[in-house]
Design a protein around this ligand. Sequence first.
Ligand code: FAD
Ligand code: NAI
Length: 468
Amino acid sequence: MDSYDVLVIGGGPAGYVAAIRAAQLGFKTACVDAFERNGKASLGGTCLNVGCIPSKAMLDSSEKFEMITHEAAEHGIQVSGASVDVAKMLARKAGVVDKLTGGVAYLFKKNKITSFFGYGKLLRQDGEEWVVDAAGTEVKARHVIVATGSNPRALPLAPFGGHVVENSGALEFTAVPQQLGVIGAGVIGLELGSVWRRLGAQVTVLEALPGFLMAADDGLAKEALKQFQKQGLDFHFGVNITKVEQDDSGVSVTYTEKDAEVTARFDKLIVSIGRVPNTNGLGADAVGLALDERGFVKVDGHYRTNLPNVYAIGDVIGGAMLAHKAEEEGVALAEMIAGQAGHVNYDVIPWVIYTSPEIAWAGLSEKQAKEKGLTVKTGQFPFSANGRALGHGDPRGFVKVVADAQSDRILGVHMIGSGVSELIGEVVAIMEFGGSAEDLARTVHAHPTLSEVVKEAALATDKRSLHM
Ligand code: FAD
Ligand code: NAI
């Protein structure tokens, strides 16, 4: 029986990064992953196959279409006859996914990581080692990392299938639906709803809560709602879905809204109401791996489960279900196994929503900071006063910096606007070093760039913005 120092179950961002880092640290490493695309193994998990990467590819394609059809004229560019070839768009997206998933396979080879395609199942302990069924082959491992990710949560009234789809299905519509329903105004609903709206669908979003983006700073959600409604996304908040019926041509969804009962008809329905941990095929019950009441694998601060030398990271342990959080846990855990001081700073994990405008935040909102009893000062600066944003033709949104009034330390940053997915990085780096608004304000930012809005927002915490 082959024996490994580290065996990773799951080849998503948590698992494949943990495997690479473990191999870099000199461990004999293997990874078993069950993700299958077009009948073949495809490393990279949800993120690379049916999540982050394909959704961003479709967001980019649809954004280009919207630019050509709606924004080019403002720049003096006349375009007529623009149309969408959905099959080609999907093929391009698949090409991007192939490149990246193939890239992970290449990295495994480069780092001499053994790759098994299929399910990984914990079988039994054998002295200091675990015996694991790695896709039908029994192997031994000194350390086992569970990185089995998450699956979409289904609405009991509307199981996935037919015209009712989750993220994978919503990335594979072969034609633009005329009427698209989305249940859940969360990250997937906003991103994928935006994709199909830009391509021509009428999109209706049904959300149970009275608002959306509850975790973001208040002003961000308000500005986002204004912009999305302007684009034609039709939001219904505080709804209760009572019936979902599908037939050959589509789906009827009945819901109550402000005590009125409404039935809406859609060609397709995306259900994006969150994700649940995935421990399928792992043999968790048989070996007594402890899960919490929601099914997440229970871990301590060092990602140790209740079983000796079995660890868990990524979506399957809960917290922010984000690829970069999963990756950092992979690095930290491999380093801890090597006896080093691996660490993830959960206080500074950026959230980015790739809609138009983009939304990004990290750290505390003004409200959260006040709830913690901190005295805060804030500075906000709009893109409408920035030369580069005006040149681009997209002056929507703003950057808001929340800082501690006494120490000036940056507590949070909240952005909505074009390109903020890239702008947030510099503030995250400064926050990681415990930096202040003054540090950000005194950093030289190239002119003209969108990043000057970040600097001006930092200056605004001290009421000394230069261009407002
Ligand atoms: P996963 O990526 O889910 O990987 C787990 C892997 O384990 C899968 O390959 C699975 O097949 C495999 N597996 C499960 N059980 C077993 C088993 N028993 N044996 C072997 N293999 C097994 N996050 C971002 O940060 N940015 C984004 O832009 C973003 N966009 C997203 C868009 C969509 C549509 C979705 C659905 C998610 C998005 N996410 C995004 C979230 C991100 O995809 C997840 O947070 C991330 O993939 C979690 O990584 P993971 O490794 O924990 O799990
Ligand atoms: P989500 O948690 O972001 O949003 C789910 C929404 O559905 C919430 O607003 C919730 O109130 C609503 N909801 C729940 N039950 C409902 C019901 N019965 N009826 C109506 N509304 C209901 O979950 P989502 O969008 O499914 O995404 C899952 C996760 O994937 C995200 O939380 C995020 O971690 C990750 N993701 C990250 C992305 C990014 O970083 N850009 C992009 C897409 C997904």
